[in-house]
Ligand binder design. Structure first.
Ligand code: GLA
Length: 531
């Protein structure tokens, strides 16, 4: 913990000072200025803690640390880049020209990075490429204070116990999240604008409730160790009041690691303090993203790490939905509820592209048994309206997520949606399927080539049927209830995108399904009061 505090203190000090510039060139990088670091000492050669600081617009900076030790032609040490902390595993050369490779264990695989560099006066000129065919990204590192950027000590983990169910999210959460559209550009004004738009567009009345701020709101910690916001979020409590005033709820984001995926402050070692702070601000939802925790803990330790925050949220006394984000590792669906989780990401990040959306969505079949009221599989946020897919593809996205009882977290700019996008996000017939009280996740009932039919049991014996055409040309499809093993006595069938009853569909339904499109139906069971 001492190391942790020292490091954070050092970073604040460094951020406040001077005016040296770092120029990054190469693939798409313009000129970037760094915050300066006072020269602490200047040992010969490469030995020292070298820092590249790239300021973010919010008053924080993105720092890369090369903590190196050179003995003749041998270079050892560590490299820290946002959430990643590598050990130098190979080196060639010396201060006149060197190459270092950093390696880290991440779950069941290894990650590596490779840098080339040379000493120029008392700065380090370094370059790296993401892929061999890329242009190099070049950077200049200055000497930083010893210990700054060092990995904090690994804290012991609590014994496992079952965290009490918080009683929240009886239906899959619905709302909006900033990451897919805004990433690091989210700020107070955007969040307020989104809350306004959620009301004026009718989305609130259609069931959307949470406005969730993702990564990059964090500003570090104050002298008492309290998490503070950065310049983009001048007053989180006031923002929560504003969002609540609209009849909505506010969500936030953190990591169990020392830093988040974008390299911002995480909750490591401050879980109870942060949960209290979130409660004091009026936060209603926390997405807790593994990120920098990978440098301290193994995947097998995830349950204990997540349990810590599960306990802390309960102890805060405020009802806060707990969303686990660790990309579906270690079969999270099996232990998510035990650590207090209301939902858990089942995969890596979605992209606004047909391939990404369908690979994730159609890959969820085996997880159906793990969904139930209060505990949901989360195939990631919606990309509907972000521009990378056609409207038919977005209808498939909305339909598939609803068949999966998935959280419906819009990821587009709600202030400027086209009417067709608003219609997709606010299709109440489809939303009712997603929010069905029985909370049973749908599964694939039939497949032939690029066509598949999924079914989902609903309350009262109703059944949702989604006929998906994954082909890039339209296809004629027939759904036969018996073949889909639907035993419900069907009284009526409603087409959930046409918003109309389908004639003579007692035994099945035949339809032309658009390229990458869907026909989604609700089979309404015969009931005593339905003649
Ligand atoms: C990870 C998560 C994303 C998003 C970013 C933020 O990649 O999976 O959903 O939260 O981090 O840095």
């Amino acid at each position: 913990m001492n190391v942790n505090r020292l490091v954070r203190g050092g970073r604040r000090l460094a951020l406040g000072a001077g005016s040296m510039a770092v120029v990054m060139a190469g693939a798409g990088c313009g000129a970037l200025r760094s915050a300066p670091t006072p020269v602490v000492s200047a040992p010969a050669g490469l030995t020292g803690n070298w820092v590249v600081r790239v300021p973010n617009a919010d008053g924080t900076s993105r720092n890369t640390y090369f903590d190196l030790r050179q003995v003749g032609g041998s270079i050892t040490g560590t490299i820290r880049v946002t959430q990643f902390f590598y050990r130098v595993s190979e080196s060639t050369g010396d201060e006149r020209g060197f190459t270092i490779t950093g390696t880290m264990r991440d779950g069941n695989s290894n990650r590596t990075v490779r840098y080339e560099g040379r000493l120029a006066g008392d700065t380090l000129h370094i370059s790296t490429r993401r892929r061999p065919q890329d242009k190099p990204t070049e950077m200049i590192a200055f000497r930083g204070p010893a210990g700054e950027g060092a990995l904090p000590a690994r804290l012991p983990l609590p014994a496992l116990h079952k965290v009490r169910d918080n009683g929240l999210a009886r239906m899959p959460p619905m709302g909006w999240n900033s990451w897919n559209k805004f990433a690091g550009r989210v700020d107070d004004a955007a969040v307020r604008g989104m809350a306004d738009a959620m009301v004026s567009s009718g989305m609130r009345d259609a069931g959307y409730q949470y406005i969730n701020i993702d990564d990059t709101w964090e500003g570090g910690r104050d002298a008492q160790g309290n998490m503070v916001t950065n310049k983009k979020f001048p007053d989180m409590k006031a923002l929560a009041d504003y969002v609540h005033g609209k009849g909505l709820k506010l969500g936030i984001y953190s990591s169990p690691g020392p830093n988040t995926c974008a390299g911002y402050e995480g909750s490591y070692g401050h879980e109870v303090q942060d949960a209290r702070m979130f409660a004091a601000w009026g936060i209603d939802y926390l997405k807790y993203d593994w990120c920098g925790a990978r440098t301290l803990y193994t995947d097998e330790e995830m349950p204990a790490v997540y349990q810590k925050m599960g306990d802390a949220l309960l102890a805060s006394g405020r009802p806060i939905v707990y969303s686990l984000c660790q990309y579906g590792r270690l079969d999270v669906w099996k232990w998510g509820p035990d650590v207090g989780g209301n939902l858990w990401r089942t995969t890596g990040d979605i992209r606004d592209a047909w391939d990404s959306m369908t690979r994730i969505g159609f890959g969820q079949n085996d997880l159906a048994p793990w969904a139930s009221p209060g505990h949901w599989n989360d195939p990631d946020m919606l990309e509907i309206g972000n521009g990378g897919m056609t409207d038919d593809e977005y209808r498939t996205h909305m339909s598939l997520w609803s068949m999966l009882a998935a959280p419906l977290l819009a990821g587009n700019d709600l202030r400027s949606m086209r009417p067709a996008i608003a219609e997709i996000l606010m299709n109440r017939d489809v939303i009712v399927v997603d929010q069905d009280a029985a909370g049973k996740q749908g599964t694939r009932a039939w497949k032939s080539g690029d066509q598949e039919i999924w079914t989902r049991s609903l309350t009262n014996g109703d059944v949702a049927v989604a006929m998906f055409n994954r082909d890039s040309v339209p296809a004629s499809m027939t759904a036969r209830w018996a073949e889909l093993r639907i035993t419900t006595k069907v009284a009526k069938v409603r087409d959930l995108w046409q918003h109309a009853e389908v004639a003579s569909a007692r035994a099945g339904h035949e339809a032309m399904v658009a390229a990458h499109g869907v026909v989604m139906l609700r089979l309404i069971a015969e009931r005593d009061n339905v003649p």
